[in-house]
Ligand binder design. Structure first.
Ligand SMILES: Cc1cc2nc3c(=O)[nH]c(=O)nc-3n(C[C@H](O)[C@H](O)[C@H](O)COP(=O)(O)OP(=O)(O)OC[C@H]3O[C@@H](n4cnc5c(N)ncnc54)[C@H](O)[C@@H]3O)c2cc1C
Length: 423
C-alpha cells in the first residue's frame, strides 16, 4: 500500500496527454488510458487523407512519449463508463481502475445530425483511421474510373465535402491539389477536368468564427483553385451514389466527406451529468459539479470564457492548456496551496487553404493571409507535432510536395475492407 495519490486520465488526446506529461516526475501515480496506442495530431489528418503526410507522422506512439516518465502507466483499453460514487473507471480487458483524481479528456465524435444515409455512406474525417480509409477510397475511385470512364458521369470522381469550417476548407483545398498534380500524372488517360470537388456549407459564409475579410479570402481562393462552392445549402440525404440538397438538387457523388460538426463521445453521454450542448459543464477550476476530484478537459468539456458569455471553442490549444492547468492544480491541491481559476491564453485561430494560402486571425483582430499566413501556419503546426522525427518527416514531406507537386503517401491500405464495402 502507498499513500501516493492515483490520478487516472481518460484519453491521450491534447487534453489527456499534456496533463499526464505535466504530472510526470511528480510524487503521484498516473494511469493514462486510450483505446489507441497513439496520440493523434488531428489538425493534420486531412493531409493523411490527401496523401501528403504518412499516418505515422500524424499519429505518435504514446508509449514513446512516456519512456522517461516512470510514474505514468499507459493502458490501451476502451473506456466503458465511470462510477463517480465508487471512484472507479470501467474499461475493456481489465478490472475496475480506482482513482483519487480523475481527468476526462475523451474528445468528441463526428455528428451526422440524424441525416439519412450519413452514418452508412459518408466518410467522417475525425480520426486517423478515418483519414487512411478515406485516402484508400479516393485512390480506388480513380482506379475504378481508369478502368471504366463511364463511372465518372455517375459521380465516381466527384468528391463532396460537407461543412465549411476549417476541416472542410482544408480538405477541399488539399483535394483539388492532389487531383491536379499527383493524380493527373498517375492517370494520364483520365480527363481531370471531369473530376469535381464540391464544398457544401449550410451557412452563407465559410469559416464562421473568422473575420469576414478572411471568409471572403477563403471563398475566393477555393473558387480560384476549382472548388465548386455551395453556400446556404444543407444536405438532406446521403446515398452511396449521390447526395441530396435541401434545394432539391441531387449531386451524383460516390465520395461524401463529412466535416459537418461534433457531438458527445458516447461514454460522456452515459455519465450521470446534464450536458451543455453535448459537453460536460465545468467550474472555473475545470472540476465537475459535486465531484471536486473529477475534471473534464478538451473537446468534451464546456469551459466558459472568463466573461461567462460563451463556451471556449473545441481547439487543440484549449485542450492542451486545460490539461496542463489541471495537472498544475492537482499538484497545488496536494501541496495544500490555493488553486486559481483556469485562464485560456488565446493565441488566435488559423486555417490553411492549400499551397501558399492560409488565414490567421490574431486575438487583437489583426489578420494575415496568403504566403506569410501559410508559413506561420506550417511553423505553428510543426512546433506542436509530437516527437522530433515527426517534425523532421513533416518538413521533408511538405518540402517534397512543395517542390515536386507530388504526394508521397498515396497508396491504398485496408484494400480488402474497402473492396468489401464497395462490392
Ligand atoms: C480534422 C480536424 C482538424 C482540426 N484542426 C484543428 C486546428 O487546425 N487547430 C486546432 O486548434 N484544433 C483543431 N482541431 C480540433 C482539435 O484537434 C481538438 O480540439 C483536440 O484534438 C481536442 O483534444 P481532446 O484531448 O479534447 O480530444 P482528442 O484529441 O479527440 O482526444 C481524445 C482521445 O480520447 C480517446 N478516446 C475516445 N473515446 C475513448 C474510449 N471510449 N476509450 C478510450 N479512449 C477513448 C481517443 O482515442 C483520443 O485519443 C481539429 C479537429 C479535427 C477533427
Amino acid at each position: 500500500m502507498t499513500d501516493r495519490k492515483r490520478i487516472v486520465i481518460l484519453g491521450a488526446g491534447f487534453g489527456g496527454l499534456f496533463c499526464s506529461l505535466k504530472l510526470a516526475a511528480q510524487p503521484v501515480d498516473v494511469i493514462l488510458i486510450d483505446r489507441n496506442d497513439f496520440h493523434t495530431f488531428q489538425p493534420l489528418i486531412y493531409q493523411v487523407a490527401t496523401g501528403t503526410l504518412d499516418a505515422v507522422t500524424v499519429g505518435h506512439p504514446v508509449r514513446d512519449l512516456l519512456h522517461k516518465h516512470k510514474n505514468v502507466t499507459f493502458h490501451v483499453a476502451k473506456v466503458l463508463d465511470v462510477d463517480f460514487g465508487a471512484r472507479e473507471v470501467h474499461v475493456s480487458g481489465m478490472g475496475p481502475v480506482s482513482y483519487d483524481y480523475l481527468v476526462i479528456g475523451l474528445g468528441s465524435v463526428a455528428n451526422d445530425f440524424g441525416i439519412p444515409g450519413v452514418a452508412d455512406h459518408a466518410f467522417p474525417l475525425y480520426t486517423l483511421d478515418d483519414a487512411v480509409r478515406l485516402r484508400s477510397h479516393v485512390l480506388l475511385a480513380f482506379e475504378a474510373a481508369d478502368k471504366n470512364p463511364e463511372l465518372i458521369e455517375d459521380g465516381e470522381l466527384t468528391f463532396a465535402i460537407v461543412g465549411g469550417g476549417p476541416t472542410g476548407i482544408e480538405t477541399a483545398g488539399a483535394m483539388v491539389e492532389l487531383i491536379a498534380t499527383s493524380l493527373a500524372e498517375d492517370f494520364p488517360n483520365l480527363d481531370m477536368a471531369q473530376s469535381r470537388v464540391v464544398l457544401i456549407q449550410r451557412e452563407s459564409m465559410l469559416l464562421p468564427p473568422f473575420d469576414p475579410k478572411l471568409q471572403a479570402y477563403a471563398e475566393e481562393t477555393l473558387k480560384d483553385r476549382g472548388v465548386d462552392l455551395r453556400l446556404n445549402e444543407a444536405v438532406t440525404e446521403v446515398n452511396s451514389t449521390h447526395l441530396v440538397l435541401d434545394s432539391g438538387e441531387t449531386i451524383p457523388a460516390r465520395t461524401v466527406i463529412w466535416a459537418g460538426g461534433l457531438k458527445s463521445n458516447p461514454v460522456v453521454e452515459k455519465l450521470d451529468i446534464d450536458l451543455v450542448r453535448g459537453r460536460i459543464p465545468v467550474s472555473p477550476d475545470l472540476s465537475i459539479a459535486d465531484h471536486p476530484e473529477v475534471f473534464a478537459v478538451g473537446d468534451c468539456a464546456a469551459v466558459m470564457s472568463e466573461d461567462g458569455e460563451r463556451a471556449l471553442p473545441q481547439l487543440a490549444s484549449v485542450a492542451k492548456q486545460a490539461g496542463e492547468y489541471v495537472a498544475g492544480s492537482i499538484k497545488r491541491q496536494l501541496a495544500d496551496k490555493p488553486v486559481k481559476p483556469f485562464h485560456y491564453s488565446d493565441r488566435g485561430i488559423m486555417a490553411t487553404i492549400g499551397r501558399r494560402a492560409a488565414v490567421i486571425q490574431m486575438p487583437g483582430g489583426h489578420t494575415i493571409t496568403g504566403t506569410p499566413a501559410w508559413a506561420a501556419w506550417a511553423g505553428v503546426h510543426l512546433a506542436l507535432l509530437s516527437g522530433a522525427e515527426s517534425r523532421v518527416t513533416a518538413v521533408l514531406d511538405w518540402s517534397w510536395s512543395m517542390f515536386t507537386h507530388q504526394h508521397r503517401s498515396r497508396i491504398v491500405l485496408n484494400r480488402d475492407e474497402e473492396e468489401d464495402q464497395s462490392s
